[in-house]
Design a protein around this ligand. Structure first.
Ligand SMILES: Cc1cc2nc3c(=O)[nH]c(=O)nc-3n(C[C@H](O)[C@H](O)[C@H](O)COP(=O)(O)O)c2cc1C
Length: 370
């Protein structure tokens, strides 16, 4: 029995998770750090009884040109679930949810059960180190034993984790998809909503510009577009995506490798499992002194094309060709995926130091209502 479990029994509140205000406070402080696209933090929380929690999606915060069919929301939900599972394990609690009723209503209900024999999850101590790092990395080891330690226990049903070292031949696809937002105004403006250009006071949702891994000049251009959206077209005609592609290639070259999480269908249950695998592997990498950056524009638009071939019509022509021609070759050559498998999440990673405080994405405290 863990020392925490012992002390809660002595306090007489071992089986009522939200019966202990201190525990509730600590739980939400750690859970709020779950990752979400643009750090939009789309979920609202409601404690519905001493052992149940309801999580719902705020449609306003989850709306995004790149959130096709709410896929990014389901991935983020999976990451949130795994974050809750890891945090609750410190207190001797396991968490269950009913996946059947979940997606239909947009509400997810979780029940907490006390288990005297439950050990804290091995990732507990690494959880606070997980973060997104968009800087260049310092390569790093990708030995077979390291890959094995990562995939062991991290694969949830129907979510497969694969690694690849960076090869020069990967870079055209990765850099062209990474810079999709420089060609697609709708997606660019959606991201802009979440970028903060002020240093003080910092906003608690979204991203400070320093978090984006861009230069001061680039931040000034982006800030100008946020004030005068027409300027997007000016920079588009100046072919600004070319500079962005070069910088993206340099960041991939500095990485130890890329990791892909794939699945066999894009249904909500599979995506939630991919999100759970993602949270575990991401936490483990950061806890082992690696920096991690996700690249969902290299995966999700292509998955959308696989389920609905008309989708690419809404993308700028420059990018259409990339997804139509380069994507099948890229996923086949480097990950042996045919078009019956969906590449859900790709991340680059490499040795890195923790990011400074003024670059960090902050969080809005969870206001749990009773
Ligand atoms: C579904 C999903 C998609 C994401 N896509 C990207 C991406 O394409 N590029 C990127 O740099 N970060 C991406 N992120 C990372 C988030 O921006 C990041 O998790 C969030 O800002 C919180 O910051 P943190 O990871 O440092 O806690 C994604 C995260 C999630 C959950």
């Amino acid at each position: 029995m863990t020392s925490y479990a012992k002390s809660t029994i002595e306090n007489g509140c071992s089986t009522l998770f939200f019966g202990d205000p201190e525990r509730t406070k600590q739980f939400f402080e750690e859970v709020v750090q779950y990752p979400s696209g643009d750090n939009a933090q789309p979920f609202d929380f409601k404690v519905t009884s001493n052992n149940t929690l309801s999580v719902s999606v705020c449609s306003e915060r989850s709306r995004h040109a790149l959130n096709f069919n709410d896929w990014a929301t389901y991935i983020s939900l999976g990451a949130l679930i795994e974050q809750m599972v890891i945090v609750a394990s410190q207190f001797g609690f396991s968490i269950e949810y009913d996946s059947k009723t979940a997606s239909a209503s947009g509400n997810w209900n979780f029940s907490f059960s006390y288990r005297a024999d439950l050990e804290p999850d091995p990732l507990c101590s690494m959880l606070s180190q997980r973060e997104s790092d968009r800087r260049s990395f310092h390569k790093g080891d990708l030995s077979a034993s390291f890959q094995k330690s990562l995939t062991q226990n991290f694969n949830f049903p129907n979510s497969r984790i694969q690694f690849q070292r960076i090869e020069e031949g990967m870079l055209p696809y990765l850099s062209q998809t990474e810079t999709l937002v420089f060609n697609w105004k709708k997606a660019f403006m959606d991201i802009l909503k979440w970028i903060s250009f002020d240093s003080v006071p910092r906003q608690l949702r979204g991203l400070p510009w320093k978090n984006l891994g861009i230069s001061v000049i680039e931040s000034k251009i982006i800030q100008a577009i946020s004030k005068v959206p027409f300027l997007f077209h000016v920079f588009y005609h100046l072919r600004w995506h070319k500079g962005a592609e070069m910088s993206s290639k340099q960041k991939f070259r500095s990485s130890a490798g890329v990791l892909l999480i794939s699945t066999s269908s894009m249904d909500s249950r599979n995506l939630i499992n991919c999100g759970r695998s993602l949270l575990r592997v991401w936490t483990y990498l950061c806890g082992s002194d690696y920096g991690v950056q996700l690249h969902t524009s290299s995966t999700l638009p292509y998955c959308h094309h696989l389920v609905d071939s008309s989708h690419l019509r809404q993308l700028p022509s420059r990018n259409r060709k990339t997804y139509l021609k380069l994507a099948p070759l890229f996923f086949q050559k480097y990950f042996s995926l045919d078009s019956s498998k969906y590449p859900v999440i790709l991340m680059r990673f490499g040795k890195s130091s923790p990011i400074p405080d003024d670059m960090k994405a902050l969080r809005q405290p969870i206001q749990e209502s009773h």
